[in-house]
Design a protein around this ligand. Structure first.
Ligand code: SAM
Ligand code: DTB
Ligand code: SF4
Length: 320
């Protein structure tokens, strides 16, 4: 899609926009299902990169304590619990600039993935930059999707990060596509960017080939100690508009209402679901920051008559 097309969609009267989002959703998805994904930070903090929003960067003094790479058994325990609680996707994140074949830590993660993938959930990892060999190894180990966000427009990106480029992000995404993994790619709003930047980000996403399988929309969680600690919260109707526009532009993608739900009212979240969001992070913690409690989310979904999306048949087939 072109920027002008996206702008025209976004600028419609609010209720026309969310109705179109709902219609695009109904055309492509089973009615009223929301995918539940659980996140786990398997390697927290101490990251070499300077992403201005991130509490895990070693460059900022934040509340995050750097940790070591988690052992496979400890990860498996969390993954099993996530599955028992109803999650059908498990996403493991590492605060790394990237990964390289042959590196002992990467080998350890591959071993962990081989075990987690036996549980019958979609397996997602987010480990930073990689090239084709690493992408192929991840795919062979059982990863179904790789999360790597472009985060904002190409123009605004250098204001957010200086230690790698927007093109570096795109190169990693291309390697993931070449290896045949699903791409999970979205961004953050509320970092001081304009609506134009948000739509430019969507323009880039719609021109990926293939289109991303899922699109996380994060609202900035202003983490104390980061350069963005004083950013004001996102305007809720701007979030709903972006969700609807994403749903219309990428009708087959899972649109994941991601970080920042702790600041959203139940009513605001309901509007996001109506506009086309059909996935959330589920469980009390994101990577380092808070998420609504699982009980609270279960209750909200029940009151809205939303049901958890079942796991994909292909994932169940591999399950023990
Ligand atoms: N290091 C890897 C990378 O940069 O891709 C993986 C982990 S990184 C924490 C994953 C994503 O989390 C980022 O791309 C960003 O979109 C999101 N994120 C991190 N901190 C955030 C914050 N404070 N608020 C909202 N989203 C955030
Ligand atoms: C994504 O887009 N959001 C998730 C996941 N992909 C890895 C991470 C959100 C992180 C929020 C801040 C934190 O927990 O530190
Ligand atoms: Fe490191 Fe990823 Fe955080 Fe950037 S977003 S500082 S690469 S963990």
């Amino acid at each position: 899609m072109t920027l002008a097309e996206l702008q025209a969609i976004y600028d419609q009267p609010f209720f026309d926009l969310i109705q179109r989002g709902r219609n695009a959703y109904l055309e492509h998805w089973s009615n009223n299902e929301v995918q539940l994904c659980t996140l786990l930070s398997i390697k927290t903090g101490g990251c070499s990169e300077d992403c201005g929003y991130c509490a895990q960067s070693a460059r900022y003094t934040t509340d995050v304590k750097a940790g070591r790479l988690m052992e496979t058994d400890a990860v498996l325990e969390v993954a099993r619990r996530a599955r028992e609680n109803g999650s059908t996707r498990f996403c493991m994140g590492a605060a790394w600039k990237g990964v390289r074949s042959g590196d002992a830590k990467f080998e350890q993660v591959l071993g962990t993935i081989r075990e987690v993938s036996k549980l019958g959930m979609e397996v997602c990892v987010t480990l930073g930059q990689l090239s084709l060999p690493e992408a192929r190894q991840l795919k062979d180990a059982g990863v179904t999707a790789y999360n790597h966000n472009i985060d904002t427009s190409p123009e605004y990106y250098p204001k957010v990060v200086s230690t790698h480029t927007f093109q570096d992000r795109v190169d990693t995404i291309q390697a993931v596509q070449q290896a045949g993994m699903d791409v999970c790619c979205g961004g953050i709003i509320g970092m001081g960017e304009t609506v134009h930047d948000r739509l430019r980000m969507l323009e880039v996403l719609t021109n990926f080939s293939p289109a991303p399988e899922s699109v996380p929309i994060n609202c900035l969680m202003a983490m104390p100690g980061t350069p963005m600690e004083a950013q004001p919260p996102v305007e809720v109707f701007e979030l709903v508009r972006l969700v609807a526009t994403t749903r219309i532009a990428l009708p087959k993608a899972k649109v994941r209402l991601s970080a920042g739900r702790t600041r959203l009212s139940r009513e605001a979240q309901a509007l996001c679901f109506f506009a086309g969001a059909n996935s959330i992070f589920y469980g009390d913690k994101l990577l380092t920051a808070a998420n609504p409690g699982a009980d609270e989310d279960r209750q909200l979904l029940a009151e809205l008559d939303l049901t958890p999306q079942p796991p994909r048949a292909a994932c169940l087939a591999g399950a023990r």
